[in-house]
Design a protein around this ligand. Structure first.
Ligand code: CTP
Length: 397
């Protein structure tokens, strides 16, 4: 699947570098040629010998190595590949890239390259969440640099949270999506998915029956066509797709913030079942049965994310797609919803309990656009997702 593709792999200095050895194997198994570059810090975690043995090539380490310069100058090295992958991308490497520093081989290659760059960040959770790293990340994304991960989980330093490098196979999937000549290659697409949870108190929340299955299938289908997918998901039952940038949120407000942070995008698809209301009287301590009697919940309206993005005056994605969950008068309600929200397409579905669609594996949708309403046959959510992804590819053409 990666036969004939050439990857320049920069290995930064982090404990996750051991996973990069596995990444090299997986890439080579799929036919890719891997040219490794090891930073000085990276060499503290994995040896040049293991890297070059697995890559089947010399590992480049030094900016001023005369042999390397004689055989292949650093500018040429930066241009040989179809994709530059940085794994692990440390906070330090990201900061250098965001600033345009070039004081060692890795940072010089990253500044000199005209090839797309994919980062697999890995660092301590506090370092990842630090405003400086988040600022650098935003700068790099605005420069067109893609990321995979980091994932949530236990970290080598004993803490828990986002900062773990994506697993080698997730990175492979992302690389394959980028190097596959799909019709959505070079397009950035935002997808929202899953339900939102709106807290009542620290242990209770209001939710809905969305499993996130349709959104996940769509994210997967778009990635398979080569899109760079930013997948903003509430607490869903199904795992997020592989090879997409996953942003996890809980509430509608957090989802809106994540969506705004992820823009600009070529298209945005809002498959999330966002709670229309939040509990304005949410308590920061657990409501007690004995003392408080029956709780009086008051509600406030949540921001409408689809409407907010559809009506953006600047930076609106070229194609905005909403979903409409209806239980009656599906076409009329969904047509009115499309006008009210200002989106380009509405994917309407009947979520009456008898249909078994909400939380089920199948979907029966009606696509509503300028051209009217088009009814699709009932099919698996993955089939519907592939059909919708193909339509999106056609529209972004
Ligand atoms: N949506 C959103 N933000 C909200 C509510 C909905 O982005 N606060 C999006 C959903 O992701 C979906 C579309 O709007 O793409 C329609 O969602 P739906 O729940 O069907 O519509 P509502 O706006 O809740 O309208 P109504 O309650 O009248 O059915």
């Amino acid at each position: 699947m990666l036969a004939g593709k050439h990857i320049l792999l920069i290995i930064g200095g982090g404990i996750a570098a051991f996973k990069t050895l596995e990444l090299i194997r997986r890439l080579r198994e799929r036919g890719a040629e891997v040219t490794p570059v090891l930073t000085a810090a990276g060499a503290q975690f994995v040896t040049p010998l293991s890297v070059s043995a697995l890559a089947g090539k010399t590992v480049f380490q030094d900016l001023f190595d005369l042999n390397d310069e004689a055989e292949m100058g650093h500018i040429q090295l930066s241009r040989v590949a179809d994709l530059v992958v940085v794994a692990p991308a440390t906070a330090d490497l990201m900061a250098k890239m965001a600033q345009g520093l070039a004081n060692d081989l890795a940072s010089t290659l990253l500044l000199a390259t005209d090839t797309p760059v994919l980062l697999a960040p890995a660092m301590n959770v506090r370092m990842w969440q630090h405003p400086a790293t988040q600022r650098n990340l935003a700068t790099l994304r605005a420069d067109g640099i893609a990321t995979v991960g980091p994932n949530d989980g236990d970290m080598a330093c004993g803490e828990f949270g986002p900062g773990r490098m994506a697993e080698p196979m997730e990175i492979v999937t992302e690389i394959a999506a980028r190097l596959t000549d799909g019709p959505l290659r070079g397009k950035r697409i935002l997808v929202t998915s899953g339900p939102t949870h709106e807290p009542i108190d620290p242990v209770r929340y209001i939710a809905n029956r969305s499993s996130g299955a349709q959104g996940a299938a769509l994210g997967q289908a778009l990635a398979a066509l080569g899109a760079e997918v930013v997948f903003v998901t509430g607490p869903a039952d199904v795992p997020p797709p592989q090879g997409v940038n996953v942003v996890r949120v809980e509430t509608a407000q957090q989802m809106l913030d994540a969506v705004q942070a992820a823009l600009p995008a070529d298209a945005a698809v809002f498959a999330a079942a966002v709670a229309d209301w939040r509990v304005s009287s949410a308590s920061d301590r657990k409501l007690k049965k004995s003392k408080d009697g029956l709780p009086e919940l008051t509600f406030a309206e949540n921001p409408d994310i689809l409407k907010t993005v559809s009506r953006m005056e600047q930076g609106r994605p070229g194609l905005v797609v909403g979903f409409a969950a209806e239980t009656d008068d599906v076409i009329d309600n969904a047509t009115a919803k499309r006008r009210r929200k200002g989106c380009d397409w509405i994917v309407a579905n009947d979520v009456s309990p008898a249909t078994g669609i909400m939380g089920g594996t199948e979907n029966a949708v009606i696509l509503i656009s300028d051209e009217g309403a088009e009814t699709w046959d009932r099919a698996g959510k993955d089939v519907v997702a592939r059909k919708l992804a193909a339509r999106i590819a056609q529209a972004l053409g």
